[in-house]
Design a protein around this ligand. Structure first.
Ligand code: CO8
Length: 374
């Protein structure tokens, strides 16, 4: 009988800059007003669509988001730029995403009471990596002095849960002794700040988790991973066409279709029922009732999605203690959302308490981990 696999520590690195809905809307509206003035003739001739104005009230009501953190604020609110200004670093310098990852990784190692020599696998898993090779994970591995191997993986919103799934399997199989799963979600370069429908959705953050065997775990707060469950179902409703082939097909590598875009309503309608089925099936696997789950660390895309999912599952609204919300201040941080919720809301759990960590989003993809406090 192999020893259980545990999450023994987590880390959260929050970027130093914050943008409120009002700041974002003021910049977008100034940009759109100028766009409409500059293009007045073409708009009147029907050749160009006028840009509609955004509203901070709409954003909060439609999403629950009030503000977001960003890695670099400079440029985002500049109506002549409308994108962050992140200077290119030399090849000798640490890359931006590796720096974010290391900040979160150090906190996770500290929480897990682990050193570099206790880790032999580094997985950097997120919605985008800033380059294809060498892997960001290998850069992080080198900077932290970790032996073994590292690799990057991309699964959009489910990148963190799917990477934890891999970590769980490696520890179970005995092919790793300690796995560091890191999610440096640098989303702001891919946000279309000129698009009213999506300019408010995302924020930047980095999270990290240490996964190891219960035999070696000695941290203050550890959680046994009872099982993992994942499903994907292809959909074009959340998409970015950014990629290396743009150079070969002569399309504009920075056109709107190369940035995040979605059919938000369709996503909402498709994904919520899928999540409810997924969670019910995961609970059934353990013969657990909904009332047995003390905490729901849910994906943080939209408060109305989480409310609907909780209502369909529980037949009532979940309390903030049961299903903590972090998207009000962090916005949608792609795969890191449920990990932020876990990081900020797990220390009060008692031995034997169950919690479910669940992500859902682009792909579509859903990933969940059934956890039990040790
Ligand atoms: N201000 C004012 N009005 C607005 C705004 C705005 N900013 N935006 C839209 N409106 C208008 C619309 O144009 C529409 O007007 P009309 O009725 O005249 O057509 C009206 O408001 C209502 O619009 P919607 O129907 O679109 O509004 P919703 O209530 O559906 O809310 C949401 C929009 C918030 C987008 C909502 O649909 C939603 O959140 N859906 C779920 C989407 C989701 O969770 N997607 C997951 C994406 S994240 C992910 O998978 C990870 C991807 C990888 C990371 C990417 C990093 C960059």
């Amino acid at each position: 009988m192999t020893s259980p696999v545990v999450i023994s520590g987590s880390g959260l690195w929050t970027p130093p800059y914050n943008i409120t809905n009002h700041e974002l809307v003021d910049a977008y509206n100034a940009y759109s007003t100028k766009f409409n003035q500059d293009n007045q003739v073409a708009i009147e001739a029907g050749a160009v669509n006028a840009k509609p104005l955004s509203s901070a009230d709409f954003i909060e009501k439609a999403s629950g988001i009030r503000s977001r953190f960003v890695y670099v604020k400079d440029g985002i609110l500049d109506i002549e730029r409308m994108r962050p200004n992140i200077p290119q670093r030399s090849e000798e310098q640490l890359s931006d995403q590796a720096e974010m990852a290391i900040n979160a990784a150090k906190l996770a190692l500290q929480a897990a009471n682990k050193k570099a020599e206790d880790i032999d696998v580094v997985i950097v898993s997120c919605a985008y990596t800033q380059r294809s090779y060498p892997a960001i994970a290998i850069e992080v591995q080198d900077a932290l002095g970790i032996k073994g191997f590292g690799f990057d993986m991309l699964v959009a919103c489910s990148a963190a849960t799917f990477a934890l799934h891999r970590a769980y399997e490696m520890i179970t199989a005995g092919t790793a002794k300690g796995v560091l799963v890191i999610n440096p979600e640098l989303t702001s370069p891919q946000v279309n700040y000129c698009d009213r429908d999506s300019h408010f959705i995302f924020g930047d953050v980095a999270t990290a988790i240490v996964v190891e065997s219960a035999d070696t775990a000695n941290s203050a707060h550890s959680f046994e991973i009872l099982s993992t469950q994942a499903v994907t179902s292809y959909s074009n409703n959340i998409r970015s066409n950014f990629g290396y082939v743009s150079r070969a097909n002569d399309s504009d590598p920075f056109a709107a279709d190369k940035l995040f875009h979605q059919e938000g309503r369709k996503v909402f309608k498709d994904v919520c029922p899928m999540v409810v089925v997924h969670i019910n099936e995961h609970l059934a696997q353990h013969q657990l009732a909904l009332s047995d789950i003390r905490r729901w660390w849910l994906h943080q895309a939209n408060i109305n999605m989480n409310t609907l999912i909780s209502r369909k599952l529980l037949g009532r609204d979940a309390t903030p203690q049961e299903a903590p919300v972090v998207l009000d201040s962090y916005a949608n941080t792609a795969s890191a959302g449920s990990i932020i919720a876990f990081n900020l809301h797990h220390k009060d759990m008692r031995s034997g308490d169950y919690g479910l960590l669940c992500s859902f989003g682009a792909g579509y993809s859903i990933g969940s981990l059934m956890l039990k406090k040790r």
